[in-house]
Design a protein around this ligand. Structure first.
Ligand code: AMP
Length: 472
């Protein structure tokens, strides 16, 4: 499919797409839309940034348009479950945007962190589309403000994140309330065993579609690691912010408390930053995100979970103030830069306790991340694979996630390059390709693709060096 006109979508939807300036379907859209329009159940292996929201929203809107009927009181015809408030909000906005020429089209949001009464009122007469996080949805069901027996189409978005966030039981409860004759569209970036099991229980003869993100994405991210003492991180961050030419900077910390501490530290030296994490109210989070998106806020501090689902183009730098203990999180984090066809810089601070995390990450991405800066002296001596967790507790077995991703599909991350260009003034000399000597370790195994980054490495090749230059 090379054009949205080829799908047979209704005219009001095509008109909205033209206004959105969508010309070419992304690979996940090209694969999913025809199947969904035939009422097939679909498992889509794709993550945010591939255009997957439109991949499910467009055929759903088409269904609502062609089979018009009044939703029953307190009911929804389409239920979309998503793990975070932010992602839910973005999905609801997408439905409203693509369905802006359809009448009637009521889209309601059921998310935590905001008063429930408005949502109760919003559902009173029934809606076409309800986008919900699982916890709040169950609250509404328990209050008898929502009934789920009329759902014709269920979408489960970011299923693997639902698992990470402990929502799987809530999802099972919700699914048990739905009628069996329904269509289910199931999306996940990775397919760990538990997610495969859940899909097997929820879907009927599903078609599988998968997109392999662009193999070149990782090449466009210049990755660096700076070894430092833990106590040196606050001043190191300030140094990096002063010396780098930054546009929008996303700083990751492992904990909420850590995020607030970084904000306070920066404020003392005149840098304005804000944090987004689970302890912030929905209003605060929305305001901070809007400021970051508009460019009013240049430095955003986030925890992994809070950052999930944030779709902001033009992030010039991702800074890992703390290294994540789950290697996949590293890839999700650095994929926040290099979005929409742009490239970016990822700088990781690594203290002595985090050496094992760094080795896990390098092993997974099969690259040596160049160490830069005078703090190199602290680089821990290499250890062998035995000590994967550096003596720390394994976080609930999550390290096993993410290896089983399918990927036979379209290629390309599906984001047309017109979408979100940004200038790179000041990144002079960056792609000098001055690779450091690669590790001569042979690696084996299949390509790994996590986040919007694919790691291709033939067995027996030396590890590539991540990043294009090593600043000394
Ligand atoms: P998603 O993966 O659904 O979060 O979409 C990522 C971004 O790509 C969103 O900003 C969409 O508006 C945009 N997008 C999705 N599909 C297309 C398309 N076919 N052409 C241009 N932009 C698109």
């Amino acid at each position: 499919m090379t054009s949205f006109n080829d799908f047979g979508l209704a005219e009001p939807i095509l008109r909205a797409l033209a206004e959105e300036k969508y010309v070419t379907p992304t690979p996940i859209q090209a694969q999913t839309i025809p199947l969904a329009m035939q009422s097939r159940d679909v498992i889509g292996i794709a993550q945010t940034g591939t255009g997957k929201t439109a991949a499910f929203a467009l055929p759903i809107l088409n269904h609502l348009y062609t089979k018009r009927m009044r939703p029953e009181k307190k009911s929804c015809r389409v239920l979309v479950l998503s793990p975070t408030r932010e992602l839910s909000g973005q999905i609801a906005d997408s439905f409203r945007a693509y369905g802006r020429h359809m009448r009637p089209l009521a889209v309601e949001l059921a998310i935590g962190g905001v008063p429930i009464n408005r949502q109760v009122r919003g559902m009173a007469h029934g809606v076409e589309v309800l986008v919900a996080t699982p916890g709040r949805l169950l609250d509404l069901v328990n209050q008898r403000a929502v009934r789920l027996d009329q759902v014709e189409i269920l979408v489960l978005d970011e299923a693997d994140r639902m698992l990470d966030m402990g929502f799987i039981n809530d999802i099972r409860k919700v699914v048990a309330m739905l009628r069996k004759e329904r269509q289910t569209l199931f999306f996940s970036a990775t397919m760990p065993q538990e997610i495969t099991r859940l899909a097997d229980q929820m879907l009927r003869d599903p078609a599988r579609v998968a997109v392999t993100p662009q193999a070149t994405t990782v090449e466009r991210i210049q990755q660096r690691v700076i070894h430092t003492e833990k106590s040196g991180k606050p001043s190191l961050l300030i140094e990096v912010l002063k010396t780098e030419t930054t546009d929008r900077v996303l700083v990751f910390t492992r904990t909420k408390h850590g995020a607030d501490k970084v904000v306070r530290g920066l404020e003392k030296t005149g840098f304005f930053a804000e944090a987004i994490h689970g302890n912030k109210s929905q209003n605060q989070r929305e305001r901070v995100l809007a400021d970051f998106r508009s460019g009013k806020l240049r430095i955003l501090i986030a925890t992994d979970i809070a950052a999930r689902g944030i779709d902001v183009d033009g992030v010039s730098h991702v800074i890992n103030y703390d290294l994540p203990n789950i290697p996949e999180s590293y890839v999700h984090r650095i994929g926040r830069t290099a979005r929409a066809g742009a490239d970016g810089i990822a700088i990781s601070f690594c203290d002595q306790e985090e050496g094992a995390f760094l080795r896990d990450i390098e092993r997974m991405i099969r690259m040596t991340i160049p160490a830069t800066g005078e703090r190199q002296a602290h680089r821990p001596a290499p250890q062998n694979a035995g000590n994967r967790n550096g003596g720390r507790q394994n976080s609930g077995g999550r390290n096993q996630r993410g290896n089983s991703r399918g990927g036979n599909g379209g290629g390309g991350n599906g984001r047309p390059s017109h979408n979100g260009n940004r200038s790179h003034a000041g990144h002079q000399g960056r792609p000098s390709h001055a690779h450091q000597a690669p590790h001569q370790e042979a690696t084996t195994g299949e390509p790994r693709d996590i986040g919007n980054v694919t790691f291709l490495q033939r067995s027996g090749e030396p590890r590539r060096n991540a990043g294009h230059q090593a600043k000394s």
